[in-house]
Design a protein around this ligand. Sequence first.
Ligand SMILES: Cc1ncc(COP(=O)(O)O)c(C=O)c1O
Length: 390
Amino acid sequence: MNSLFSVYPQFPISFVQAKGTRLFDIEGGEYQDFYSGIGCVNLGHGHEKITNALISQAQKIGHISNIFLHQHAISASQKLASYAPFSAKVFFCNSGAEANEGALKLARKYSKTKKGENAVEIIAFEKSFHGRTMATLSCTGKTKMREMFAPMLPTVYFAEYNNISSVRSLVSSNTSAIILETIQGEGGLSTADFSFLQEVRLLCDEHDILLIFDEVQTGTGRTGTFFSCESTGVIPDIITCAKGIGNGFPVGAFLAKAGIAEYFGIGDHGTTFGGNPLAMSVVSAVCDEITPEFLQIVREKSVIFDTILGDIQKSFPEKVLELRGRGFMRGLLLEEGLAPVVQKKLLFEEHLITLLSGENQVLRLLPPLISTPEEIQEAGEKIKKVLEKC
Ligand SMILES: Cc1ncc(COP(=O)(O)O)c(C=O)c1O
C-alpha cells in the first residue's frame, strides 16, 4: 500500500543507487541499464560533470523565475540552439508534453495570423505519441489512450506513417502544422523513410504549413546525431526535445526558426519553472558532453549494435520477426505475445532492463549512449539466452 495514484504497471524492484550503465536495488543486486529511464539517462547515471554542475548551481541560486533575464538560460539556450539545423530561438519548459504543447500553440498563432481564424488544423500520425496533456493527447495516434478523455481538440487528423498520399489527402487551406516523430518510440519503433520526410517537407513548403519534429525521444544523440533530423537531411520548422537534454533531470524545450519564434509575443506563453538555473546547469553540461567526437563514437557503436541485433534475429528467425529503429533506439518485433515474457525474464533472471513498445509486441532497447561494445554484446547474449528459453 502507498499513497500514489495507481496509473503505472510497476515492477517490484526498488532501485536505490546507480552509476554509469548499472543500477543497484535495495538488496545490492546489480542490473544492466538498457532503457536509460525511458530514453533519458543518455550519458549514464551519476555522470560526474553533470552532477557537479547541478550541485554547484544549487549552492549558488536554485530558482529565479522568468521575471528576470538570467545568464543560466541564455547560455543553455545558445548551446542547445547551436545543434539546431536552423537559426533557432529556444523556449525552456519542464517535460516533453509541455514542449509539444508549446510548439502546437506557436503553430496555431503563426497560422491564425497568416492564414486566418480557422487555420488551426493539425496533421499527426497513427501510432504516434506526443504526451498526456489534452493537446498532446489529441495529437497522439492511439485511440485507446484518447477515448476515455474525449472530447479531444476537434481539428487533429491522423495520417498513415510513411504514406505521403495519406498526408496529402488531409491537407487543407486551414492546415497549421504537421507533427511527427522520425522514429515512433512508443508506437513500435517504426522509422520514417527519408524520402517520405522530404515529401512532407515539400508539402509544408507548398502550403505554408509548419513542420514540427518531436525529438523528445530521438534527440540528444540517441540516433547518432544531436537531433535525428540531421541524419534525415530534412529540416523542420520546430524541434521539440526533453528526456536526454536533462540526462534524467526534468527539463524540456522547443526550438523554432527565429522568424517563426517571433510570432510569440510578450505574455503568449510562459512557465514558472522552465529555464530554472538548476535545469539550465544540467542542459549546459549535457550539451558540453555531446561533442562531435562523442557522436562519432555513438555512430560507430551503433554499427556494432546493429550487427549484434542482426545475429540475434538470425539465431531466432521465428521469434524475432523484424529489427526496427536506428542508432541507440532499437526494437525487436517479436512473435505475438512473446515480448512481455522476454522483458520479464530479462529483468528478473538476467538483470537486464528493457522496455516494451508498439502494443507490447516490440522489445524496446534504449541503452545509455555510453554503453561499451562489450556491454552491448553482454546484453545481446542475455537476450539470446532468454529467447532460447521462451
Ligand atoms: C516522442 C515523445 N513525445 C513526447 C513525450 C512526452 O514526454 P513527457 O513524458 O516528458 O511529457 C514522449 C514520452 O515518452 C515521447 O516519447
